[in-house]
Design a protein around this ligand. Structure first.
Ligand SMILES: [Zn+2]
Length: 173
């Protein structure tokens, strides 16, 4: 008897995620789950996963019920699986990405260490946390292109630089 590749990987990830029991439950429920969950429920489950990454599927189902969102623990799980949130580490990673995203405002970058906002973080990191930008990026697992200067501020700065003639070749006389 050959096992299809797809089945094999599903089996493997189920064993890693919650044991064979979870796999059987998923197979049994698979046909109708994907389409039955409406978008609002799906969004609520995804938001809960990043707001409370430590909650398991039962806890998530319980907490959401208090908010008027009715989804079973296995329903939670199937949404997690679709969004690669089925284990704590992935939910934590998603939370980190969300926090990094939220820390970049138009007018200020929020320091993830102390929660204060700055037009430019570099000096603050150095003065208050004794950290270089590279150390800060590493500490919070931020991407290389994560900005340390607020977008509106860097725009204004380059506009000012142009106005006073910086970054422009002097006119030949
Ligand atoms: Zn700080």
């Amino acid at each position: 008897m050959g096992m299809s590749r797809d089945t094999f990987y599903r089996y493997k990830s189920a064993v890693e995620d919650g044991g064979v029991e979870a796999l059987f439950e998923r197979i049994r429920r698979k046909p109708n789950l994907a389409n039955r969950v409406d978008q609002a429920t799906e969004d609520a489950v995804i938001q809960s996963a990043t707001d409370f990454p430590a909650y398991g599927q039962a806890r998530t189902s319980n907490e959401l019920r208090k908010l008027g969102v009715f989804v079973s623990p296995s329903g939670v799980r199937s949404i997690w699986l679709r969004h690669d949130l089925a284990n704590f580490k992935n939910r934590l990673k998603a939370l980190e990405a969300k926090v990094a995203d939220a820390s970049v405002g138009k007018d200020a970058i929020i320091c993830l260490d102390c929660g204060k906002g700055f037009k430019t973080l570099k000096r603050h990191l150095n003065a208050e946390h004794d950290m270089s930008p590279a150390e800060y990026r590493a500490r919070w697992q931020l991407s290389k292109d994560y900005p340390l200067v607020a977008p509106s501020y860097s725009k204004r700065r380059s506009a000012t630089a142009k106005k006073i003639g910086l970054g422009r070749k002097p006119k030949a006389k």
